[in-house]
Design a protein around this ligand. Structure first.
Ligand code: ARG
Length: 459
């Protein structure tokens, strides 16, 4: 196929160089946005008297036909086209002749591509937000189901304090809500139309950029034509928000993998989301969670690729920027794929309350509560902390736990100890009483659930 810019050249492009240069393989997915943008541009050209209404009518009809033919599979993408923009324009000219050749008046591929990616990512970001909302709803339901399940919580992966299992799950709901906020923020800044920046310096035609922006649902136009065509911050921002989201999913995955092990057995994943081994008959592996954890690195890679691609670029457009799409689209596709598997995996996950309870019974998880018991009776917390430390050491030596250590032994450490200490350090009490705002008690978990559900409704 002859290049649109062939006039300037004596020779055709080398075949390998041509393939290397072409982006249609990956930018063809923006065909609907490219056509939508061209339609708005053409309408503006007619309104401003830059093109005749007759030409623009032909253009709009022609573009609508192309859109339909692509959607129905009647018009396959030409692998030899340079990119989706050239493909659509060439096809339009094939169909309507000279009017098609007029479409690119007062426009460049530089502002065209900048527009298309914004339109495309704006739509897709909404889709991702919808998927995260589903996940938040599922995690929150699971938290409600397990609000009364007592489990150990960890620091340094050492048993730390007893909590409601739902409390741990709600931590993820909070993270995911922030992820939605971050994506929304990125979209907010992305939602300005660069069209009309042209190659880099604007145009001498009397264009109406605001008209195009409004038609396409933007909040306004970009304010500097060089920035309009050179800015890819929105790709970086969105991929960065995706990276943080993946980091959250990865931490969650790591816990699920750990919890699914025989050593923990806090949860069991449904057969539909686990795999077996080719040699070890007993195995049930958390492959989906492992893959989500693994794919997190891939999304970080996309973010690094974008930042690195942009860091040395002089203004304005450089072909390096064509790399923005593969990286951003890969991050997007990965996030979508992960969410689509992760959400039902959580929805079908079983929580073994007896096991989380048993794990909470060992490891002196109620030692803080014993120190608090003394402190509430008047001993300064630091002294109480030290006293309990000594008692824990004795217990370890004698092979018992705080719950079955005799009162006579306690009394040797402080006269403040009474029979009621046992009630005070019972796991149920420790969890029940952690009622501070955002604390680990079932009551607090239910408050968090109500909060998250209210936030979800606002979205
Ligand atoms: N395919 C190109 C890209 O994705 C479109 C812009 C081309 N502009 C140019 N001046 N060569 O970046």
């Amino acid at each position: 196929m002859e290049k649109m810019w062939a006039g300037r050249f004596q020779k055709t492009l080398d075949k390998k160089a041509d393939d290397f240069n072409s982006s249609i393989r990956f930018d063809c997915r923006m065909y609907a946005q490219d056509i939508q943008g061209s339609m708005a541009h053409a309408e503006m050209l007619a309104k401003q008297g830059i093109l005749s209404q007759a030409d623009v009518d032909l253009i709009i009809d022609g573009l609508a036909g192309i859109l339909q033919d692509i959607q129905t599979g009647k018009l396959p993408f030409d692998e030899n086209a340079e990119d989706i923009h050239m493909f659509v324009e060439a096809e339009l000219t094939k169909r309507i002749g000279d009017a098609g050749k007029r479409l690119h008046t007062a426009r460049s591929r530089n502002d065209q591509v900048a527009l298309d990616i914004r339109l495309y990512l704006r739509d897709k970001a909404e889709e991702v937000i919808g998927l995260i909302e589903n996940l938040v709803a599922v995690v929150t339901d699971k938290a409600e189901e397990t609000a009364d399940v007592i489990a150990p919580a960890y620091t340094h992966l050492q048993r730390a304090q007893p909590i409601s299992f739902g409390h741990q799950l709600m931590a993820y709901s909070m993270m995911l809500l922030r992820d939605i906020g971050r994506i929304r923020d990125a979209v907010k800044r992305m939602n300005y139309s660069p069209l009309g920046s042209c190659a880099l310096a604007g145009t001498t035609y009397p264009t109406d950029r605001a008209f195009v922006a409004e038609k396409l649902g933007f909040d306004g136009v970009t304010r500097n034509s060089i920035d309009g065509v050179s800015d890819r911050d929105f790709c970086v921002e969105l991929t960065s928000a995706f990276s943080i989201l993946m980091m959250h999913l990865s931490r969650f995955s790591e816990e699920i993998i750990l919890w699914s092990s025989w050593e923990f057995k806090f949860v069991e994943l449904d057969d539909a989301y686990t795999t077996g081994s080719s040699i070890m008959p007993q195995k049930k592996n958390s492959d989906m969670a492992e893959l989500v954890r693994g794919k997190t690195g891939r999304v970080y890679g996309d973010l690094t690729a974008l930042l690195t691609m942009l860091k040395g670029l002089p203004l304005a457009y450089n072909k390096d920027m064509q790399e923005d799409k593969e990286a951003t689209f890969d991050a997007l596709d990965t996030v979508v794929m992960c969410l689509e598997v992760f959400t039902p995996m959580i929805a079908t996950m079983k929580v073994y309350a007896e096991n989380t309870y048993k794990a909470a019974q060992k490891g002196f998880i109620n030692a803080t509560d014993l120190a608090d018991y003394l402190a509430k009776k008047g001993m300064p917390f630091r002294s109480a902390y030290k006293t309990v430390g000594q008692i824990v050491a004795e217990c370890i030596e004698k092979g018992c736990v705080l719950d079955d250590y005799p009162l006579t032994e306690y009394k040797k450490h402080s006269e403040l100890f009474e029979q009621d200490l046992y009630q005070e350090i019972a796991l149920e009490t420790c969890v029940e009483k952690r009622n501070s705002e955002g604390g680990a008690s079932p009551k607090s978990v239910r408050e968090q659930i109500a909060y998250v559900r209210k936030e979800l409704k606002k979205l």
